[in-house]
Each structure stands twice: as C-alpha cells, then as structure tokens.
Design a protein around this ligand. Structure first.
Ligand SMILES: Cc1cc2nc3c(=O)[nH]c(=O)nc-3n(C[C@H](O)[C@H](O)[C@H](O)COP(=O)(O)OP(=O)(O)OC[C@H]3O[C@@H](n4cnc5c(N)ncnc54)[C@H](O)[C@@H]3O)c2cc1C
Length: 415
C-alpha cells in the first residue's frame, strides 16, 4: 500500500482537504485506474482519494481538484480519476434538469416510513440491516464502517446497495436515506441517482448485481460471501423520468447595491463570486442539513458540516482583514429574513445551490424576502453553467465533453 499517509481523521477544513489532495496526487494517474476498485477495509482506503467530503461541500471545488491533477499528470494518464470527478458534476446536472426525481424520492420515503410504523416485521428487517445484524458478514461490516466512520468505498457502496435491494428486499429509498444520514459526503444528487442506478431505474432495465466472486476479488479475499446467493437483479420499475427543464440562473450580480454574502453547505469556496469580502455589508451562513433526512443526520455528519462552516468563517475573516459589519450563522430561514431586514441590505448573493435541502430553503427565503424588496441572487459557477445543461442523456455522451468542460474550469477563479 503506497498511499499510506491518508489520515482516517476527517478534519473539516480546507487545509486538510488540500493536504489530502497533495498526498494523493502522485497516485491519481494510472495507478488509480488500476487499483481504485479494490477495497482494503476501514482506514485502508489507499487507492482512492477519500476527498469526497471536502468536494461535496466545495471546501475543494471540483475545478480545483481537476486542475491540480492535470498539473501533475497528463490527461490520458489521469483520465479515469478526472472522469470520476465528473460523475459528480454529471449527477448534479442530471438532477438539476429533473428536480421532480428528488421530490418523488422524498414523497416515496415519507410513505415508506409511514408503512414502517405499522409493520413490525418490516421494522425488524430494517433495523438488522442498518445495525450490522443481518448475518451477512460483508454487508454487516460495511454498515458498521459507514456508521462508525462516515465513509464507504465506492465499490462497497455498490455491493451494499445491491444486497440491500435484491437480497434483503428492502426499498432502495430507505437505503438512500441511511446513506444520507451517515455519509460525510452525503449528497442528494450522487446518492439518490447512484441508488437508482443500482436499482435499475437510472439506466432503465439494467440493475447492478453484487456477485460474490467480484466481492471476494476486490476485497482481496477479506470476504468470501457464501451467505449471499445473488444470481439475478431484476430491475425495479418506476414512472418515466421528467423531461429536462431549462436551468434558470445568473452567472453574475450587481455590485453597486448594498449586498450581503450568504453561504450554504453546498459551496464553501465563494471566491468565484469576485470577493473582496470588504465589498459586502454582511455575511451569513444557512445550514439546511436537517432537511437531508426526515430522521436527521448523524452527529458525525453534523459536526463535519458545522466545522466546515466555521472553517469558512475563518477564511472569510482573514480575506477581509477585519471583522465583517453584520454576521449571522443560522439554520432558520426566518432568522435570516429578520437579519436581512435589520441590516437594510438590498440583495443577498449566494453561490447557486443544486437540487436538495439548501435549494428548498433558498426557495422559501426568496419568497419571504420579496415583499421586503430584498433580492436573493443565486450565482451559478461558470463551469456548472456550462456542464449541467449537458447532462441530458447518459454519462457516456457527457464524458466526451470533458476536455471542453475542463477549459471552462479556469473561469472558476478565486477560492
Ligand atoms: C449507492 C451509492 C451511493 C453514493 N452516495 C454518494 C453520496 O452521497 N455522496 C457522494 O459524494 N458520492 C456518493 N457516491 C459516489 C462515490 O461512491 C463516492 O463519491 C466516492 O466513493 C467517494 O470516495 P473518494 O473521494 O475516495 O472517491 P475517488 O475514487 O477518489 O474519486 C474522486 C472524486 O470523484 C467523485 N466521484 C467518484 N466516484 C463517483 C461517483 N460514482 N459518483 C459521483 N462522484 C464520484 C467524488 O467527488 C470523489 O471524491 C455513491 C455511490 C453509490 C454506488
């Protein structure tokens, strides 16, 4: 194991993300392509970057990660790693074009949770699955790794989801919710659409089958599952996908009005907005993580996100070089509306939040600010503005555009 310097402590700071990126860079080329599918177990994820919690909250934006990799490797050598980073971009774009898929997931989940309350056997099966008590050794270990560390290797996420759906017969929505509560990188787009992909809803008619020999090979024999006799994964059926909508967002904002900066957990690198922070009358953060699951996220996830917000406050203060006039940290839209009224600002500028809880909170905020004459300006990064509308079909078509999308990355200036 070469990349053994990767720490298993998840510090929610941009500096830690940068340190991990630096440590991983030598392995992001052909070695990643060759070894990335091997999962050597908790604390031994040496063949992958483990950067997803930092990228998810954009303590490290995707553009910065890709650009660092390309300074170290030629495109051809790092193509696999770059493609994986672009999976995140693709999923975000795909869901942004079809927000109804997220809304449907949420309403399905609500109905399933109602059913759960009335069905003891269902409850029992679920509680064994999430507490590592099914008796399927690999599955139980992954459940424990997820709840114990907040991370799971991609291949194990795929095997876990496949066993959850096709062997344990549990609804994929409950599995997606379990992940969103415990993953430090829990992300509405990547998570919902990956679960749909395993279930056979995303690539219609094609589900993912976790094969025991594959598990054994890529865990280097740590598991030889003879307790899972999965031989087929009949794809789940569902309603047709909504037609892609237009993305309606700004890529710039009016710098002459009294403005406050607002950040959510979706993008904690606001430099692309064109700081200096001195130009802002105030600075606020809105934490919408409670909307990620009806059951709330784990303490570990909450601590990571709170820490990431604090780290960002520190960075903003040091860029400003002085305390900012008015500031607020909240998870309540109403508090934010009161604060905006008191500070007499004319507009709140925020990086665009993709489909998910923060976007839902911003929709409510916008409606509440309008009668006060305060605008909410959601600014889309130039790289997202270019990439997301292209997620109309499958990833195969999208990935052919990666070289031209990378050229757009240099417009995401500033951190
Ligand atoms: C059922 C299931 C649920 C998932 N849920 C989430 C989730 O909630 N949040 C999340 O960030 N990822 C999710 N993924 C995608 C993927 O598993 C993780 O992004 C990846 O394992 C993160 O580990 P890493 O940083 O070590 O990845 P690396 O292999 O080092 O990849 C580098 C980066 O590329 C991106 N990436 C890699 N693989 C994928 C992928 N398949 N989809 C999207 N982006 C990818 C991530 O930003 C990652 O940090 C899920 C996958 C599955 C199969």
């Amino acid at each position: 194991m070469k990349n053994s310097k990767i720490s298993s402590i998840w510090l929610p700071t941009r500096d830690e993300g940068l340190r991990r990126l630096e440590t991983f860079l030598p392995y992001a080329g052909r070695e990643y392509a060759r070894l990335r599918n091997f999962d050597d177990g908790p604390g031994r994820h040496a063949h992958v970057s483990t950067l997803s919690p930092w990228i998810r909250h954009r303590l490290l934006p995707e553009s910065e990660v890709v650009s660092a990799v390309l300074k170290r490797h030629r495109f051809q050598a790092a193509e696999k790693f770059i493609q994986e980073v672009f999976w995140r971009t693709y999923w975000k774009g795909w869901l942004e074009l079809r927000p109804g898929v997220w809304q449907r997931y949420q309403s399905d989940l609500e109905q399933i949770m109602d059913r759960l309350e009335r069905d003891d056997d269902f409850q029992d099966r679920l509680s064994r699955a999430i507490s590592g008590g099914t008796g399927i050794s690999c599955f139980d270990e992954w459940a424990n790794e997820l709840t114990g560390t907040g991370y799971l290797h991609n291949h194990s996420r795929m095997w876990f989801a496949s066993i959850w759906i096709f062997w344990l017969g549990l609804p994929w929505q409950l599995g997606a919710d379990f992940f969103l509560r415990h993953l430090l990188d829990g992300d509405p787009a990547s998570n919902t659409l990956s679960w749909r992909w395993v279930a056979g809803l995303q690539t219609r008619g094609k589900a993912y089958l976790a094969r025991p020999d594959n598990i054994s090979r890529f865990t280097r024999g740590r598991f030889r599952p003879n307790d899972v006799a999965l031989v087929k994964a009949p794809p789940i059926s569902g309603p047709p996908d909504p037609t892609p909508r237009q993305i309606d967002a700004r890529t710039d904002w009016n710098r002459t009005r009294r403005t406050a900066l607002l950040l959510t957990e979706d993008d904690l690198s606001p430099g692309f907005l064109g700081l200096p922070v001195n130009g802002f009358e105030g600075f606020a953060t809105l934490n919408s993580l409670h909307g990620q699951s009806p059951l709330g996220v784990s303490n570990m996830v909450a601590a990571f996100v709170n820490g990431a917000f604090s780290d960002t406050w520190g960075r903003i203060r040091s860029v400003a070089g002085r305390p900012i006039g008015h500031d607020l940290q909240t998870s309540s839209v109403d508090n934010l509306v009161d604060w905006a009224r008191r500070t007499q600002i004319e507009q709140l500028v925020t990086p665009y939040s993709p489909v998910g809880p923060a976007q839902g909170a911003l929709d409510i905020l916008e409606r509440k600010l309008a009668p006060l004459g305060i605008d909410l300006v959601r600014v889309l990064r130039p790289s997202d503005a270019m990439a997301w509308p292209r997620a109309t079909h499958g990833f195969f078509r999208f990935r052919q555009q990666i070289p031209s999308l990378i050229k757009q990355h240099n417009k995401d200036i500033g951190r």
